[in-house]
Design a protein around this ligand. Structure first.
Ligand code: ADP
Ligand code: MG
Length: 253
């Protein structure tokens, strides 16, 4: 069983601390949701774990299967089994999804190892069937003229092809229309299982009606201030975040 352990993590952008002592353990097979008001560092957390170069870790550790990933570049972390959804949000005109995914799979293989084209397409099509994605989809250029839902479909397919140990999904409020919401939730529900751990970041309780998490955490001011099961998400939905702000307002702020 794989584990992703975040230990008392501190991270800054420039000299501004954003993540301020956050600890969380995710085991494979588990879906954890992080919720919290805007600006509390949720997206920063995902990017720090994935190895985004703009952020500086100033304390603590992130361990994948007991081994610190902090000295690894983002691509090494990806090869080790971490997947950050929306790593490639921009359009890549002229590059089909099929070729893009192939390059992504190739990039995660050991040096000198080559993808076998027949095997690749066989795997691609079986993942597409599993996710109920039309074959025509993969000849489209990456994100070019995509709707929110199509971007999500591309992202979920990428996740299915890369078979990460842990997927970090940052579902920002924008871009999640009903169509996109359904694609994300169907995709995650299809892919979730004993081999995959998911960290799902969302501002919306709504998504958690469709992807029922095993654990829910409330993040505020760079830390997890409360953890519980799926009922915590319902509580947040009915109470909003004001009580979090009151109860956990930073002292002397
Ligand atoms: P959330 O995802 O919870 O809304 P973010 O992680 O996006 O929060 O942002 C946390 C804080 O970090 C905010 O105060 C935001 O303004 C700041 N921040 C995020 N990215 C940058 C950046 N690239 N440069 C400077 N400040 C940033
Ligand atoms: Mg965010």
């Amino acid at each position: 069983m794989a584990s992703l352990v975040i230990q008392d993590l501190h991270a800054s952008i420039g000299d501004k601390p954003i993540v301020k002592g956050l600890s969380l353990t995710i085991n494979s097979g588990e879906v954890h949701a992080i919720m919290g008001p805007n600006g509390t560092g949720k997206s920063t957390l995902a990017k720090v774990i994935a190895g985004h170069p703009d952020y500086t870790v100033t304390g603590g550790n992130v361990l994948l299967d007991g081994k610190s990933v902090l000295e690894q570049e983002a691509d090494e972390r990806a090869r080790a089994g971490l997947f950050l959804a929306f790593q490639y949000p921009s359009e890549i005109p002229g590059v089909s999804i099929a070729n893009f995914l192939r390059a992504a799979v190739q990039a995660r293989m050991a040096e000198g190892e080559e993808i076998d084209a027949t095997a690749y397409y066989k795997r691609l099509y079986s993942k597409m069937d599993m996710l109920k994605i039309d074959r025509k989809f993969t000849s489209r250029a990456v994100n070019e003229g995509f709707s929110g839902g199509e971007k999500k479909r591309c992202e979920i397919l990428q996740m299915a092809m890369l078979e990460p140990k842990f997927a970090l999904m940052d579902e920002t409020d924008s871009g999640l229309d009903i169509d996109a919401l359904r694609i994300v939730s169907d995709g995650v529900n299809t892919l979730r299982g004993p081999g995959l751990g998911v960290l799902l970041i969302t501002h919306y309780q709504r998504l958690l009606n469709h992807i029922v998490p095993d654990f829910v955490h409330v993040m505020y001011d760079g830390r997890i201030v409360k953890s519980g099961d799926k009922s915590l998400a319902l509580e947040l939905e009915s109470k909003g975040y004001d009580w979090v702000r009151k109860e956990f307002a930073p002292a002397a702020a």
